[in-house]
Design a protein around this ligand. Sequence first.
Ligand code: UFG
Length: 337
Amino acid sequence: MEKILVTGGAGFIGSHTVVELVDAGYTPIIVDNFSNSDSNAIRGVEDIIKRSVKVYEGDCNDLQFMNDLFITEKNITGVIHFAAYKAVGESVGKPLEYYQNNVGSLMILIDAMKNHNVENLVFSSSCTVYGQPDHLPVTELSPKKVAESPYGNTKQVCEEIIEDVVKSNAKFKAIALRYFNPIGAHPSSKIGELPIGVPNNLVPFVTQTAARIREELSVFGDDYNTPDGTCIRDYIHVVDLAKAHVKSLQHFNNQKTPYFDIFNIGTGKGNSVLEVVKTFEKVIDGKLKYKVDPKRPGDVEQVFGNVDKANNELKWKAELTLEDSLRDAWNWQKTLM
Ligand code: UFG
């Protein structure tokens, strides 16, 4: 069984990916510093996979720690690198922390991988690299825009670092997956998103409002140039997203080195904020309290992806609907109440 190191494996996308890796016959090894994740996620994962998973608590920014990990865990064949800070707004006030953590840890990780001849890397990138696209849906060839935030810039810089590393190392294979908006939770309700404090993202705010943790949802702007005036995003179920990482590892087997490629990972379909609200109301069979507030600075009006490349080359396709995602997110929220 191939051993795969999953950095940030206790996080939202990481934990779901660990489950899918086991399902596909891989042995995941988690490294996480638990700075923005919870050890309960590990228990949830173990409950789903019905066995224990090896976890190293530590920081990917620590070269000694990472080197030791690769020595202790012999024969790691690939790495999926999730560990990163992810709050767009926070990054504007803490740029150095974001560059240090997101860019710094990627460089340390690759250094440690090179020291131990581990040459397969799947990287978490984001559709944030497209900014407000000129044409929709965006393809992988759509131009990157000047990043709106240090967070967004870390994703652009990390992609470029990986591409340069691949050019310099004839044996390296890497894929950057540009995620659209991950939502939902595992259908077992044993793992899901665990936002700390007031959620920035739409769906956790929606579920917390329905759970009466929040008074009401603020819809940020209803006079955008979209059919109902609210912003449009490509919301993808986290389990579908997790499976794209497994497909990426499998895809490496058929590629000649050096290899680097980028894939959009979304549903290919855009939904507005009000469509999310309406679909959620269908799921709970009730009303969600919301009001319209001013636009949130930095929000792009609409973005959704063309996902043909992932469909054709990775043989991956999103299978779950927006309603599935919101139902699973709501079932997960209910376990937290
Ligand atoms: N929104 C609201 N009310 C809220 C929260 C969000 O109306 O309380 C709206 C936003 O204005 C936006 C949509 O819901 O139109 C989605 O917002 P999210 O914060 O959930 O997601 P973003 O699209 O802003 O950000 C996400 C990820 C980022 C990533 C970005 C790429 O969280 O990490 O997609 O576009 F960079």
